[in-house]
Design a binder for this molecule. Sequence first.
Ligand SMILES: Cc1cc2nc3c(=O)[nH]c(=O)nc-3n(C[C@H](O)[C@H](O)[C@H](O)COP(=O)(O)OP(=O)(O)OC[C@H]3O[C@@H](n4cnc5c(N)ncnc54)[C@H](O)[C@@H]3O)c2cc1C
Ligand code: SF4
Length: 549
Amino acid sequence: MAEIERESMEYDVVIVGAGPAGLSAAIRLKQLDAELNVVVLEKGSEVGAHILSGAVLDPSGLDALMPDWKEKGAPVNVPVRDDRFYMLGEGGGIRIPNAAMPPLMSNHGNYIVSMGNVCRWMAEQAEELGVEIFPGMACSELVYGEDGSVKGVVAGEFGLNPDGTPSDAYEPGMELHGKYVFLGEGVRGSLSKEVMAKFDLSEGKEPQKFGLGMKEIWEIDPEKHREGLVMHTMGWPLNSNAGGGSFIYHLDKNQVYVGFVVHLNYENPHLYPYMEFQRFKHHPMVAELLKGGKRVAYGARAISEGGFQSMPKAVAPGVALLGCSVGLVNVPRIKGNHNAMLSGKAAAEAAHAAIKAGRSGDELPDYEKDVRTGEIGKDLWKVRNVKPLWSKFGLTASLAIGGFDMWCNTLFNFSLLGTMHHGKSDADATEPAAKHSEIAYPKPDGKLSFDRLTNVAFSFTNHEESQPAHLTLKDASVPVEVNLAKYAGPSARYCPAGVYEFVEKDGKDAFVINFQNCVHCKTCDIKDPSQNIVWTTPQGGDGPNYPNM
Ligand SMILES: Cc1cc2nc3c(=O)[nH]c(=O)nc-3n(C[C@H](O)[C@H](O)[C@H](O)COP(=O)(O)OP(=O)(O)OC[C@H]3O[C@@H](n4cnc5c(N)ncnc54)[C@H](O)[C@@H]3O)c2cc1C
Ligand code: SF4
């Protein structure tokens, strides 16, 4: 294809992603200097359309950014009233007393929110301050300056044919240049991945670790609804097959968020995370709650779990990584939104000072320092051994040792364990199918549990079919010749949207990618044992259309 000519626009700061990290950065920049030109680009059809979180919000990030968020009408209205933690067996469960939990695990003072709605509200605040926000604009490429620094992004390319050639309706998109580019793409961002590789930002760090989070919104019988109740469970049905657990959050209007996280370092490629989630809802405690209710939305998203030791360097010339593009989730608390907001704020402050001093296109060392040694670093440091303990010793031992370690870190800022390693990446953790047994999953009953494609319809996902598949293969032969032969084709199970299938064609196995169903969770990019699948951005506006996720 001939070199594409694009118009360009100049900004002070270009921000990719209207999540809590990107929007916090935009708001803070304009709070500091109303004259700065700030643009936010979001691939979802509207702000919030691609946001999926639990979410119990620790308001510390919002407090730091906008202390008057209550007066400004933030949709943060359901305080946590009751906080319960259960260890499940197949037929029952044991409640772990709150007093036995390290204080940092308490949800007292937190709120049950829809982060999609929080982001919609943050976008309004940003626009009132003069930030330009463009939803439906996928940033598909980075633009580099002659000195190799990141200078901008390409956004808004539309109308490619399935083979990648321009159609009659082709629009080349624009180059948006900034003195600094912020990548707030969330977990496993495609541009962030490129920046990390180009500038070797993960050198000397532990591999990033991930979980797959799946979530349904249910409307339940008002008699059973307890606004403000937060429940977490571990144990059944995953048991020793994989790490993970569930969350059940009672928000307002008789709605309940029911979610399930499976750590992606599982070894048995027969494991089917989506079916584990469906099976979980048949536990007597959960089934009783949901009986008579209806599922109104479904979605899935990966969550970063590597914590402190996996954080890449967050800056390179001209660019800063924010929020879950760095992996700022506190794993035992399952909380990353507060750190995403704090990181956006810190990056904005560093960029503002740099621009004021006449700088551009260089690194922002003050931001890097803030992430590691400020509030975010302190939050993640205390819990750094929880995930490696879980991976190494399984659930029960890690609860005891991890709990003790968190108590030591909380009380004495000290760990007997030092800083533990994660070891393998999640892709490398996958073992050959021959080493493991198949797992039999019950058929969904259509009342409490649903087949994948029925549920995907409740993510309101849409992709224009006449575009190239955004799920690309480095080598088209690998799915059948390696992944099916050696790992029993795990993509057919780990994808929570049923995008990947192995079918018989002309008497041979063939690999099919139904990219239209993709909910942008990024699990395939993370878990493919051959690291052969590369997630790229489809055209803007495509993907899920989550309501109040
Ligand atoms: C199942 C689950 C439960 C969770 N529960 C909680 C919880 O209870 N409490 C909590 O605090 N945290 C929770 N988290 C973690 C929290 O959601 C993340 O830490 C947080 O979303 C990170 O914010 P972010 O702004 O970095 O990224 P995101 O919220 O992921 O936002 C990134 C945005 O960037 C857009 N984007 C990405 N790439 C591009 C591109 N190339 N071009 C244009 N736009 C792009 C995306 O569409 C998205 O809108 C949970 C996460 C999951 C998955
Ligand atoms: S194709 Fe990949 S990113 Fe899309 S839903 Fe499936 S696993 Fe997630």
